[in-house]
Design a protein around this ligand. Structure first.
Ligand SMILES: Nc1ncnc2c1ncn2[C@@H]1O[C@H](COP(=O)(O)OP(=O)(O)OP(=O)(O)O)[C@@H](O)[C@H]1O
Ligand SMILES: [Mg+2]
Length: 202
């Protein structure tokens, strides 16, 4: 089973994934916890380029292809082999992030981005995606004064477009993408996620 977590920066993905991984392992499953960008050796190099503020502004199409290169490598080297061994893969971001950030956020042509995503992933899609939905204002409060990466440094209007993009995706893929209100307590959110996932585990 392939599970992904999505949401704007600081929506609580890492926090919720780490709690969920413990729970799924306790149930006796083998779990591979991974993330984008940067789940592989090449991915880590791409992640640096994408997220270091020193990269400054890059062309939207260059940015798109860097994310796709990271994903193609991630699918081949990490996700596919783990799924073939019957493991549960939990990824912090996957293909939906590219539609939300590069499609809706950077305003690239969405059907085109969807097509490229399909090519990069060989059509691999999560069985279930948890979209942690929070307002960019709250996200900003959560990140406080800590150092921000190149994408986090974008204006609030960019994060607003990304959030709306994610919500549109969730409407379109209502069976797969579960929208979770990410503004409650860590525990509350985790319980909601476990309840939904519990129905998919046997
Ligand atoms: N439900 C919550 N309520 C309050 N604070 C939270 C909640 N969930 C996470 N946080 C805090 O908000 C910050 C961001 O959380 P976290 O790192 O899990 O988000 P993220 O989506 O993984 O962020 P990033 O996009 O930077 O990886 C952390 O300081 C975390 O402790
Ligand atoms: Mg995180």
């Amino acid at each position: 089973m392939f599970i992904s977590f999505e949401g704007i920066d600081k929506s609580g993905k890492s926090t919720q994934i780490s709690l969920l991984v413990d729970w799924v392992k306790q149930k006796g499953y083998e779990v591979v916890q991974t993330s984008e960008p940067g789940g592989t050796g090449l991915g880590e190099k791409i992640e640096k380029i994408l997220l270091e503020p020193s990269t400054k502004e890059i062309n939207g199409i260059s940015e798109l292809f860097l994310y796709l290169a990271d994903r193609a490598e991630h699918v081949e080297k990490i996700i596919k082999p783990a799924l073939e061994k019957g493991k549960i893969v939990i990824s912090d971001r996957f293909a939906d992030a590219t539609i939300a950030y590069q499609g809706y956020g950077r305003r690239l042509d969405i059907p085109w981005v969807e097509e490229l995503n399909k090519r990069a992933t060989h059509g691999f899609l999560p069985d279930i995606t948890f979209l942690l939905d929070i307002s960019p204002d709250l996200a900003k409060k959560r990140s406080g004064s800590e150092e921000k990466d190149r994408i986090e440094n974008e204006k609030i209007s960019f994060h607003q477009k990304v959030r709306q993009g994610y919500l549109k995706l969730a409407k379109k893929h209502a069976g797969r993408i579960k929208v979770i209100n990410g503004e409650g307590s860590v525990k509350e959110i985790q319980l909601r996620i476990r309840k939904i996932l519990g129905k998919h585990l046997r």
